[in-house]
Design a protein around this ligand. Sequence first.
Ligand code: 73E
Length: 829
Amino acid sequence: AVGERGAKAERMFSLMDGFLKNDPLSLQKDILNHVEYTVARSRFSFDDFEAYQALSHSVRDRLIERWHDTHIYVKRTKPKRLYFLSLEFLMGRSLSNSVINLGIQDQYAEALNQLGFEFEVLAEQEGDAALGNGGLARLSACQMDSLATLDYPAWGYGLRYEYGLFRQVIVDGFQHEQPDYWLNFGNPWEIERIHVTYEVKFYGTVEEVDMNGEKHKVWVPGETVEAVAYDNPIPGYGTRNTINLRLWAAKPSNQFDLEAYNTGDYINSVVNRQRAETISNVLYPDDRSHQGKELRLKQQYFFVSASLQDIIRRFKEAHSNFDELPDKVALHLNDTHPSLSIAEIMRILVDEEHLGWNKAWDIACKVFSFTTHTVVAEGLEKIPVDLLGSLLPRHLQILYEINFNFMEELKKRIGLDYNRLSRMSIVEEGAVKNIRMANLSIVCSHTVNGVSKLHLDTLKMRTFKDFYELWPEKFQFKTNGVTQRRWIVVSNPSLCALISKWLGTEAWIRNADLLTGLRDHVDNTDFHQEWRMVKKVNKMRLAEYIEAMSGVKVSLDAMFDVQVKRIHEYKRQLLNILGIIHRYDCIKNMDKNDRKKVVPRVCIIGGKAAPGYEIAKKIIKLCHAVAEKINNDTDIGDLLKLVFIPDYNVSVAELVIPGADLSQHLSTAGHEASGTGSMKFLMNGCLLLATADGSTVEIIEEMGLDNLFLFGAKVQEVAELREKGPTLKVPLQFARVLRMVRDGYFGHKDYFKSLCDTVEIGNDFYLLGHDFGSYLEAQAAADKAFVEPEKWMRMSILSVAGSGRFSSDRTIQEYAERTWKIDPCRCPL
Ligand code: 73E
């Protein structure tokens, strides 16, 4: 048989033309073939979108080649593998990123030029894959890029939502949500695996059966849905390694409910079956809040069950003994969203593989690691026991058993401290009983990670204090990072070229620490000149976009001041808007001479509010109301403009971030676990105006206090300030601008009332009033620095030079070495 297979392989090999060629002529042939045979248009007549489709299919062919090679190589080498489980991935566009990571960007550009197309124009045809909400989801995407680039044998698992994060449409200054049916125009970046399917079961009952004299629990499910795999190749940069992001879609199961069909109600039976597909239909648009909805729980289990069946099948193909599982498999829980995996793996090992409970638990505790992105205990995910018990009856039993054993162990360790026992219990007692997913994840994971140093401190001292005291060795932090491939190379090609020129190498694209080399040129005037030009080009691009979106013309000499992120009270976009009102008010009250000293500003705000988050939606409306007043005030002219950029997403970020001079990160200290936007701005030479929160603390460590504008209460002060309540001192200017909004200076007096109430003295949980004074001082310092171009330039260069530590390559390497214990597995060229 071996000989036969060998002969077959040889025949196959001889039929191949060799690997796909990447010279411009071969690329052209491939693109045209795809125009004709994939897109089914004539090669003599096709438009930009069709050209994009053909182009991306030719790129996809190259990805698949490498994907196969990597897969075969890893399979043969049998290293320990990492599976990164996340319900959210914000991939954005794939074309430019893929071509750059494949290293054939110039060849493609030339090939297209000769066909009369421009690469950049075609790249604009692509829509975003927005299968996530914000920071957590984009972090997963950056980490996938780093895992591939650093040659780790890793796969990502997620859900293939048919509707990604909603599109934000602004009508009269109000946010409206529209569905993002992103697959409408096809998705060339995925490969449907019609044969990689698993049955996922729900509902039903648990029965006890006798097997060889032993009692076993058997789950008799009531509903079956099929999970189909869609593979998304993720290429590394400077390597052949191309890893996989496997996303699951729900389809009706092939198992027919005979009874339903036999009753003669054929149409309704089909309609009922079709309901299965709703599971992976839509992404939940809330970040930071969990509502305990059945569909969400179904999504989570659907994802977990399909992924674990796939992982265990692969493991069993290569290994015969489950004792080996912890040496061959690392399972990472990206927040608590996939943490039903813990109950599911216990069910598989105990009920299906018939391992003893203790042995199974020992294995489970060795394979899982966990990262939490949450700060406050109220933000932690809970699942109502009733819901879980009806949807997953066997899993509820398993969770109770895990908790029983944990409580017994805990009593031995800490005695009968009932308050502490009840705080640490996986089951929360009360009017509504809940499963605490974070407690479950901590109990079963060998490592619990925070996403910044400050975040870990908060976890240790507050959120998970009890657990930290029990298992201090479990707690670690891995400061988040972002990939310089996406956030410099793809999004800022001029800066990329400039950096490579002055460092004399492109090696920083794989090793961001090399960016420190830019410090050698920080006083070089030629370098300054080129640096200034790059920023100018990016500001022009952004200015054009602003004009196209909002009709507002902005001056390139103004400081472009940007705050883009999800809209949240704790992120304090309201502080920014009140600051802008103050600036406007000051200018209005200035005489001509003083006005000459004003630094012109273009204030740019963007971000989505969760659909049910009323206060956040009011913040968006206030921004528009203030913008309308200021932008139409001819007396102010270019001294101040305010624009709201609608539908902020990854590709808008790629345009906005390189064009920013200043960016704002205003969260009340202690509320942003990390924040990764700031890192992208740093990499693009934009200065930060920020509170000492999340990752900013480490950014300061890296580049000193002189290189950014810091303000606001420190994390240690926040609790005390809150206690002061109504006696807290608030600057007069704050009261004044708030009064302007209350009095209807920007219209909509009644509508803004409840928004104003949230920051009134005594009610100002996020301390806008308290921080307003130091915020204005930091803004004044930024103005002062901006009119000293040499100083600003130095700060800008030093920002990029110090950004290397905030590459996700560093984060991933730390995870690999300290948590997952996996080694690179580099596919030979
Ligand atoms: O501070 C950010 C952090 O930078 C944090 O708010 C965010 O995660 C980023 C990456 O670590 C985050 N997202 C969520 N929780 N924390 C979340 C929660 C529920 C649903 C979706 C997202």
